[in-house]
Design a protein around this ligand. Structure first.
Ligand code: FAD
Length: 254
């Protein structure tokens, strides 16, 4: 976990945060001609680079995602036409009692930016399957992915990537734009003028401001389109007393 898809509330987390060490969980290694095994703290980009070295196709999309394999497995991370679920063979995990588990691709219960794997297990490593591909083609795909992300996303800002999932048949950014929320600010939190489904912290935004902005956008989008956006960013932790954000402001005023 790198926190690239997380919003931690201002009251913090009433518990222990486990971050795996790169020493035991950061490697990516070749298992066969088209299979690789990666530890879950391995950055997605390292997996993409390694598969390029070995002429294994199917992983170029990871080159544009600034998270780790653990986050990718949990979020079914994807970009540029590729998704984690297309590549996963099996996922190894450990539960709170220290029991180990091996989950098949089906066990991961993947759907768009979601896995229904038990929430209380920690993924330790996973095996992925690609296919033989010309290195020049893989490199070109990776360059295209990088260029796409640099051109359309505010990747140099403090952001958690896409704030909301694309509703079936719609683009979240279009709905946000049509609701007049591009560039909208609450305190130091802003819907990026460059990509209005990206929420950015312009400096000192609190978790409260970021989440309040997100819920305000959901309300405006609901009012203009009737569509209820679903958060893609995971919000965790507790609110600061007096700074609670009510879920979906639209429902309060309906
Ligand atoms: C600039 C930018 C661009 C982005 N572009 C994309 C994109 O194109 N496509 C896309 O899909 N995402 C994108 N994201 C979002 C994010 O990078 C991905 O969701 C990524 O997969 C999250 O990985 P992470 O390691 O940072 O996970 P975190 O944000 O740390 O965690 C995400 C979730 O995964 C869980 N998790 C993490 N590791 C483990 C583990 N080992 N075991 C069990 N659960 C675990 C966490 O508990 C949490 O629930 C972008 C983000 C940014 C900032």
């Amino acid at each position: 976990m790198l926190g690239s898809n997380l919003l931690v509330r201002d009251g913090g987390i009433p518990g222990v945060v486990i971050r795996l060490s790169a020493k035991g969980f950061g490697d990516v290694e070749l298992v066969s001609e088209t299979r690789v095994k990666a530890g879950t703290i391995c950055p997605d980009k390292n997996l993409a680079a390694m598969t390029l070295d070995h002429g294994i196709g199917g992983f170029a999309f990871y080159y544009g995602i600034p998270g780790t394999i653990g986050g990718a497995l949990r979020m079914n991370a994807g970009a540029n036409g590729g998704e984690t679920r297309e590549r996963v063979v099996e996922v190894h995990a450990v539960d709170r009692q220290g029991n180990t588990h091996v989950l098949s691709n089906a066990d991961m219960g993947y759907s768009y930016r979601h896995s229904s794997a038990p929430k209380d297990i920690i993924f330790t490593h996973a095996v992925f399957e690609g296919y033989p591909e010309d290195k020049a083609k893989i490199r070109a795909d990776m360059d295209a992915v990088r260029q796409h992300h640099e051109t359309v996303q505010p990747i140099h800002e403090k952001t958690g990537g896409s704030t909301f999932k694309n509703p079936e048949g719609h683009s979240a950014w279009k709905l946000i734009d049509e609701a007049g929320c591009r560039g909208m600010m609450i305190g130091g939190a802003q819907m990026s003028p460059m990509h209005c489904n990206f929420m950015i912290n312009t400096g000192q935004a609190s978790g409260y401001e970021l989440e309040y902005l997100g819920e305000t956008v959901r309300q405006r989008v609901f009012e203009t389109s009737g569509i209820s956006l679903e958060w893609e960013i995971k919000r965790i932790g507790t609110f600061m007393p007096g700074y609670e954000v009510k879920e979906f402001l639209g429902e309060l005023t309906a």
